[in-house]
Design a binder for this molecule. Structure first.
Ligand SMILES: C[S@@+](CC[C@H](N)C(=O)[O-])C[C@H]1O[C@@H](n2cnc3c(N)ncnc32)[C@H](O)[C@@H]1O
Length: 209
């Protein structure tokens, strides 16, 4: 692994505190068994808590390289267009990734390739008070997918001021060439002056088949 890859991954892991906390809760909520796809796997926070066999998929080459180092099987791919046949996995789990995608398409794709069920954690509207990021609306997701069960978590971001800027930098767009921009310059300036604690409002979906 080149030092660039290890740097991106270790910085992500160091800063992604809310993501790590939510990954554990998602696995506890779904209790997946068998062959599992970790969708938008990043460095594999979800896979760390899974006892069965996992395959990671991510759009970032860096993340896939790191995932393969840790867990063996990783695939470069797009959550909106999964390179798998129908029902290829027992469960598909995705933590803090699908808000970067067209979530309608990617959740539909997750359901297509899962035999038993899908678990998704996705930050929704109401996250990060000053952000201009278009977080999805929980009502829309619930209406469209009618989950077996769901939870709403308020997940603390344990950084303020310039540390908050670094948090968004190291856990956001800078790690991959996604479609959306997480921050405008105006947002960055506001962020650096921000002294209050921020939260993600995270929707956990259980979609059993
Ligand atoms: C905030 S990270 C979360 C990573 C990991 N799931 C975790 O729990 O730490 C978001 C991840 O989604 C990936 N991602 C973004 N758009 C994607 C897409 N269209 N298909 C697959 N992965 C995508 C990014 O490359 C990044 O690794």
């Amino acid at each position: 692994m080149s030092s660039r890859f290890s740097r991106a991954a270790s910085t992500y892991e160091e800063w992604a505190v809310p993501q790590r906390e939510t990954a554990k809760k998602l696995v506890e909520f779904i209790k997946p068994r068998g062959l599992i796809l970790d969708l938008g796997c990043g460095t594999g926070f979800v896979s760390e808590h899974i006892k069965g066999t996992t395959v990671g998929l991510d759009i970032s080459e860096e993340m896939v390289r790191v995932y393969v180092e840790k867990f063996g099987k990783g695939i470069l791919g797009d959550a909106e267009n999964l390179p798998f046949k129908d029902k290829s996995f027992d469960y598909v789990l995705s933590n803090f990734a699908l808000h970067w995608t067209d979530w309608r398409r990617s959740i539909k794709e997750a359901l297509r390739v899962a035999r038993k069920g899908v678990g998704v954690s996705i930050p929704v509207e109401g996250s990060v008070s000053f952000s201009e990021f278009p977080f999805p609306r929980e009502e829309e997701i619930l209406k469209l997918f009618n989950p077996t069960d769901y939870l709403i978590l308020e997940v603390d971001i344990p950084f303020t001021g310039f540390e908050l800027v670094k948090f968004f930098h190291f856990t956001g767009t800078s790690l991959y060439k996604g479609k959306s921009k997480v921050k405008t310059k105006r947002e960055l300036e506001r962020l650096a002056k921000h002294s209050g604690r921020e939260k993600f409002r995270v929707l956990l979906l259980k979609l059993l088949k």
